[in-house]
Ligand binder design. Structure first.
Ligand code: ADP
Length: 204
C-alpha cells in the first residue's frame, strides 16, 4: 500500500485564496509542489521529514509512526547522531520505509504562545531539511506539519512558515529538487493548506 511519486498529483495553481498573493507566479515551481493527505510513512520517495525531538530517540505522533514503520535499525542509527538542536536537521537511512532517507528535524515547543524565536526555529526546520535533502541528492521530499501536534504550534500560523520557507528555497534552488510534498494528516490542516497555497504559489 505504498504511494509512489507518480501517484502523488501536483498541486494545481488556482486563482482562489482569500488575500492577494505576495508572490509572482513561477511555473517552474508550480510543477514541484504537492499536497498529500495521509500517512507519510507510505510515501515511496527519496526522503520524508520526521518531526522529531532533541534526543532523536523516538516519540509519539508522526515520530512514533516513522520509527514503527522503519523498524529498530532506525533507532540505532539515530542513537549514533548525538541528538539534534531545535531548528536543525539530521539525515538517516529509511530502513523498512519505502522512502530512501528520513530527515529528522526538531520543531520548537510553542505551547503558551508563539514567540519570534519559535517562528524562526520553525522556519529553520523547513529550510534546513530542504538543504539536507539537496546535500544528499534527495530530489523528492515530504514534510509533515512540524510542531503543530504535541508541540502546540498553532497550525494556522505554522502553515505560513512552511509555505514561505519552501517557496523561498525553491526560488533559489529549483534545479536541485523535483518535488516537495506537504503531507497533511488532519482535515483541518488540509483546509489550511488549500487556503494558503495560492498565496505562495499563485496562479496569476
Ligand atoms: P510535534 O511534536 O512536532 O508537534 P506531532 O507528531 O505531534 O509532532 O504532530 C505533527 C503533525 O504530524 C500533526 O499534524 C499530526 O497530525 C501529524 N501526523 C501524525 N501522524 C502522522 C503520519 N503518520 N503521517 C503524517 N502526519 C502525521
Amino acid at each position: 500500500d505504498f504511494v509512489s511519486l507518480d501517484n502523488i498529483p501536483l498541486w494545481t495553481p488556482t486563482g482562489g485564496g482569500s488575500e492577494p498573493s505576495r508572490y509572482q507566479r513561477n511555473e517552474k515551481l508550480d510543477q514541484k509542489i504537492s499536497l498529500f493527505t495521509g500517512d507519510i510513512t507510505k510515501l515511496e520517495i527519496d526522503a520524508i521529514v520526521n518531526a522529531a525531538n532533541n534526543t532523536l530517540l523516538g516519540g509519539g505522533g508522526v515520530d512514533g509512526a516513522i520509527h514503527r514503520a522503519a523498524g529498530p535499525k532506525l533507532k540505532m542509527e539515530c542513537a549514533s547522531l548525538c541528538g539534534c538542536e531545535t531548528g536543525e536537521a539530521k539525515i538517516t537511512c529509511g530502513y523498512g520505509l519505502p522512502a530512501k532517507y528520513v530527515i529528522h528535524t526538531v520543531g520548537p515547543i510553542a505551547q503558551g504562545g508563539v514567540k519570534e524565536e519559535h517562528r524562526k526555529a520553525l522556519r529553520s526546520c523547513y529550510t534546513n531539511s530542504l538543504k539536507t535533502a539537496t546535500e544528499n541528492a534527495a530530489r523528492s521530499l515530504a514534510f509533515p506539519c512540524i510542531s503543530t501536534g504535541i508541540y502546540g504550534y498553532p497550525p494556522e500560523q505554522a502553515v505560513h512558515e512552511a509555505l514561505a520557507a519552501v517557496r523561498e528555497y525553491l526560488e533559489a534552488h529549483h534545479d536541485k529538487l523535483d518535488r516537495v510534498i506537504f503531507c497533511v494528516f488532519l482535515p483541518k490542516d488540509k483546509e489550511l493548506y488549500l487556503q494558503n497555497l495560492p498565496l505562495y504559489f499563485p496562479a496569476g
